[in-house]
Design a protein around this ligand. Structure first.
Ligand SMILES: C[S@@+](CC[C@H](N)C(=O)[O-])C[C@H]1O[C@@H](n2cnc3c(N)ncnc32)[C@H](O)[C@@H]1O
Length: 505
């Protein structure tokens, strides 16, 4: 054989050997260089090579949209952003999300600014990731028992029966993140469609929806339901990002969707009545690059920056064609509006209980008639919120007030205190705080109902504190205290317009 013949044979042998070796080691090499990234401490098991199987071209769509969104959301110092590499895509089942313990494992669509989280129908145990710093979770359970179990795990929540999930007491754009377990609804397509419409209505623009329990009910089916028009696939399987603005060919939900405090819901979101949250043309989501670009990695936390940086005009027109409460009060009493309702440095003047929280004597707090969540802002600034086990807030004049909560990244639900509360029967609070609202109770009977409903959720030894400007309500309230409720209490007044009501058991 010639020299060149022998050289050819030698090279062919080397090539064959190399190919055989690579083939034999292909799993190790793929894991090392493409799939398995060294997890940061705090990341969880499900990063480790659990890769979504390709299905129906959905994977390609995910890649495009997640890259676009991640690019638009670039933020200096924000470790949860990814721009160049498609992240691993774990299958989102309830178990996956439950095992997640750090913000980074929620994927690149969830930024450092995302804060408020609604967990809908997710059962009796809490999701640890949403109890880490920077989140504000609220569970909506389907039974009293689930709500009680969560309360006992220091998780705030309310409950509604499954057939009421089409009518949840949260404003349009209420939550930055929503985890919905579809399992209780999948057997009834109409119900599922209603619940999804309701869920997407409550999701912030560029907020993220995680659908759980939907393995039997893949994304394709979601696209046949109207809610999907407002969503883009998220970076994780079964996660979705709410689009910016209004989408074409989908009517807006009348009167900002939810049932008002006094009155009836304007429209049930049935499959025939699909609707989207209305948004004013100059609305700027907190996650819009123009706003979020103002956030920076600094000594001030993302949560505190949010109190400062949300776009104030967003709440002036929260309903189509109807002048809302915010619009009226921001023009008629501007100084009071700025100070009491939208201040960057929320300060609830009537609040005098910080010490009780610091000393651990108040762990469960209910803000009744919370308005625009100024108390929550006060507690956030004082770093007291994290010392509480449970914090719940409810009651606003209209949805414009609740939209201020939403912009601040806090959750408050709409509820009339004259009606039975959607709080589990055994859930009791150490402190119930109500200020500036009792003059709205018309008569002694209304004050009696208020007392009945609040005292039924006050722990033995707990305190119901009320204060409002001096007026006829004081005498009526006094009468109700002595006659119209079922509970044994000890009452003290420090000012002529306040009451300290201790529950004795
Ligand atoms: C003047 S605002 C004060 C808001 C908040 N407490 C604050 O100090 O910023 C009065 C609040 O009382 C609430 N309120 C009045 N009547 C109510 C009722 N029947 N049920 C629930 N909330 C009520 C209103 O919704 C409103 O949020």
């Amino acid at each position: 054989m010639s020299f060149f013949g022998r050289l050819g044979l030698f090279l062919a042998g080397v090539l064959t050997g190399t190919i055989t070796t690579i083939y034999a080691l292909r799993h190790v090499l793929l894991q090392r260089f493409f799939v398995r990234q060294t997890p940061r401490s705090g990341d969880v098991e499900h990063w480790s090579g659990h890769v979504e199987p390709k299905r129906d071209g959905l994977r390609a769509k995910h890649t495009d949209v997640s890259t676009a969104i991640a690019g638009a959301q670039q933020n200096p110092g924000d470790v949860s952003m990814s721009t160049t590499r498609e992240p691993p895509q774990p299958a989102w089942s309830s178990g996956d999300l439950r095992r997640c313990t750090a913000r980074s494992c929620l994927g690149p669509n969830v930024t450092s600014i995302h804060r408020s989280v609604l967990l809908l129908a997710t059962g009796p145990s809490r999701f640890s990731v949403f109890h880490t710093a920077g989140f504000f979770p609220l569970y909506v359970s389907t039974t009293d028992e689930d709500a009680a179990a969560l309360f006992n795990q220091s998780a705030s929540g309310i409950w509604f029966p499954v057939d009421h999930f089409w009518d949840l007491p949260f404003v349009d754009f209420a939550a930055d993140l929503i985890a919905l377990d579809v399992a209780p609804f999948v057997s009834n397509r109409t119900m599922l469609s209603e619940v999804l419409t309701e869920t997407v209505r409550m999701l912030a623009q560029l907020g993220v929806l995680f659908l759980l329990g939907g393995e039997e009910f893949p994304n394709l089916a979601l696209e046949q339901l109207g809610a999907a028009k407002q969503l883009e696939p998220g970076a994780m399987r079964q996660s979705f990002v709410r689009k910016l603005g209004l989408v074409p060919d989908l009517p807006t939900c009348p009167n900002c969707g939810m049932t008002p405090m006094m009155g009836q819901r304007h429209q049930r979101p049935s499959p025939q009545n699909l609707c989207q949250a209305w948004v004013q043309p100059d609305y700027l989501s907190i996650f819009d690059p123009e706003v979020r670009g103002k956030f920076e990695a600094s000594s001030e936390s993302w949560e505190l920056q949010r109190l400062r940086l949300w776009h104030r005009p967003n709440v002036l027109d929260s309903r189509e064609e109807v002048k809302n409460w915010v619009k009226k009060v921001s023009t008629s009493d501007r100084a009071w509006y700025n100070d009491n309702y939208v201040s960057s440095e929320p300060n609830k003047r009537e609040w005098r209980f910080s010490q009780l929280i610091t000393e651990g004597k108040v762990k469960r707090l209910l803000d009744a008639g919370a308005g625009s969540c100024t108390l929550e802002g006060t507690l956030r600034r004082q770093r007291l919120l994290s010392k509480l086990d449970v914090y719940l807030a409810f009651g606003a004049y209209d949805c414009s007030m609740l939209r201020i909560c939403a912009e601040r990244g806090a959750l408050s639900f709409q509820q009339n205190w004259l009606k039975q509360m959607p709080i589990c029967a055994s859930c009791k609070f150490d402190l119930i705080f109500q200020v500036e609202g009792l003059h709205h109770n018309k008569d002694v009977e209304a004050h009696g109902l208020f007392l009945q409903n609040m005292l039924s959720h006050l722990a033995c030894g707990g305190l119901l504190y009320v204060q409002d400007g001096f007026g006829p309500w004081v005498e009526m309230f006094h009468q109700a205290l002595t006659s119209q409720h079922d509970y044994k209490v000890k009452v003290k007044q420090q000012l002529k317009d306040d009451f300290y009501i201790h529950r004795l058991c």
